[in-house]
Design a protein around this ligand. Structure first.
Ligand code: AHR
Length: 330
């Protein structure tokens, strides 16, 4: 299993960028690609991160900081927007004003990007998206995207639910940030994977991808639906981990009275799975920094790149989590 993960990462990591999988067309000659610099010149890169909502995010930020180091030829200007879209757009504008060589964005939500991306294009600054995708009228406004397949993650979680629950089942859902690509795509994927399973969604509310909100929203679900809840779909580990406290405080046993399926496969998520408190976890790989850094170098140099690169993810049962934990990097 671990070999498979490494093989997947190596595929993308080697900037087998031309072959790593994906949709979209080459952005060679794309007018968003800046003219400056080959690999010898230090590149100044502005990175607009979402915030620091989760363990996944902490690992992604670290991976980006490690990759965009001076040793690797970069000067990184880092901004975390506390999951506020206006603040993230303001950060991108500030990068444009500073005349950076390239901008990397992990977009908080899918909408609202047209204006600022046009401004970057007019300034001749290429934009690379990492992690999350966006809805934009003109795809040439960004050079490329690298991240995980959120819909597939949701579908894998839904397929587990379908296989696990064959009789009438009540589910509650903790959604991620409203309007974000992972919240939208994981919901779509879960419905696809669940298919015609006899699962009723009692409630579905945002927990903003945080432990604190996951706990609060789960407390509300428990007050409203009590013991009738059979399964929780947490769209990330942190919300599921927050929900554990609420479930225990309500006198129920997580993993037994209420089964839990979540997404990310952080160390803490896999620990909960190994401890029998979670029942199934789907991976979302946050260690994208090296691949993004190589992609940025190519884009700035005007080399041809694909429009999208998708990392390879796996999923974990309780036994698989126990086996994977000693080597887990995040
Ligand atoms: O965009 C990826 C999602 O954002 C992760 O699943 C979640 O933990 C994070 O905050």
């Amino acid at each position: 299993m671990r070999k498979r993960l490494l093989a997947g990462l190596a595929l993308v990591g080697a900037l087998a960028l031309a072959t790593a999988g994906c949709s979209g067309s080459s952005s060679s000659g794309d007018s968003t690609a800046g003219a400056s610099g080959g690999s010898a010149k230090q590149l100044t890169v502005g990175f607009a991160q979402t915030g620091s909502e989760s363990g996944w995010r902490a690992a992604n930020t670290q991976s980006m900081k490690d990759a965009f180091s001076e040793k690797n030829g970069f000067k990184l200007i880092f901004n975390a927007a506390d999951n506020k879209q206006e603040a993230q757009i303001a950060a991108v504008r500030s990068f444009i004003n500073q005349g950076v060589d390239a901008i990397v964005i992990a977009p908080i939500t899918v909408d609202g990007w047209d204006d600022v991306l046009k401004e970057a294009k007019d300034a001749g600054i290429p934009v690379v998206l990492e992690d999350r995708t966006i809805n934009v009228s003109d795809k040439s406004l960004y050079a490329s995207w690298i991240g995980d397949d959120f819909e597939k993650e949701g579908e894998t979680a839904g397929a587990w639910a379908k296989q696990t629950f064959t009789g009438a089942t009540n589910m509650v859902v903790l959604e991620g940030t409203t309007g974000s690509a992972p919240a939208i795509d994981r919901a779509t994927g879960f419905a696809k994977g669940m298919g015609s399973a006899p699962i009723t969604t009692l409630d579905s509310q945002t927990g903003n991808f945080t432990r604190a909100d996951g706990k609060t929203v789960m407390e509300g679900f428990l007050q409203k639906y009590g013991k009738t809840i059979n399964v929780l779909f947490a769209q990330n580990d942190d919300m599921g981990l927050g929900a554990l406290d609420a479930i225990t405080a309500a006198g129920l046993v997580p993993g037994k009275d209420i089964q839990i399926v979540s997404i990310d496969a952080t160390h803490d998520g896999l620990q909960a799975l190994s401890d029998g408190k979670f029942n199934f976890v789907v991976e979302c790989n946050p260690l994208l920094g090296d691949q993004v850094a190589q992609l940025v170098k190519k884009v700035v140099a005007g080399d041809p790149v694909e429009k999208a690169y998708t990392a390879t993810d796996q999923s974990f049962t309780q036994a698989q989590a126990t086996a994977a934990l000693p080597d887990r990097k995040y």
